[in-house]
Write a protein that binds this ligand. Sequence first.
Ligand code: FNR
Length: 188
Amino acid sequence: NKKKILAVSGSLRQQSSNTAILQAAARIGYDRFEFTMYNGMGTLPHFNPEMDLEGDAEPAPVKELRSLLRAADGVLICTPEYANGVPGSLKNALDWIVSSGEFYDKPTAAISASPNPLGGDKAHASLLLTLKMLTAKIAEGATLMIPMVSKKLNAAGDVTDLQTLQALEALLYALEREIDDNTKTSPN
Ligand code: FNR
């Protein structure tokens, strides 16, 4: 019985290195996890509390994101840093979850990847602050910063750097443990 992971990239770019990292994680964990790549980020409306309605009035892309999160045993986010912060599109997606609470106790792993030597440290820190506010469960070892990411991928977007592959493997184990603990302690 494979664990369901919702993978969320903070980049909308076709050739995104962050999306490539998520695809690498999906390949590494294919025997234990079933990955769903969230692809609705670009169609989410800008968060507006007045549009945050229930039932038929709930915007369809918001409904989709919330149900994907509910169906997932765990969430894996990989984000770039824009202007020292989390990309607006990712923050926007997370803002839609404040009222609906799908991140409550949700086993979550957070990666940032950047071509620069700091690995998107400021976006990473900011993402963790937001996830903690949403009461996501962030396992020990389930966070990772990937510096110089462009040197760790080949032209096809495969991760070719051994250390990065090992770090992704370790992160998936941490996320898996968190999911296992979660199913032991709570019925849902
Ligand atoms: C960036 N980039 C960037 N990188 C970083 O480490 N810190 C930063 O503050 C920024 N700021 C920033 C602003 C803007 C407008 C752009 C276009 C880029 C570089 C960024 O990390 C790089 O473009 C990554 O490749 C983006 O990730 P994806 O799209 O490859 O996943």
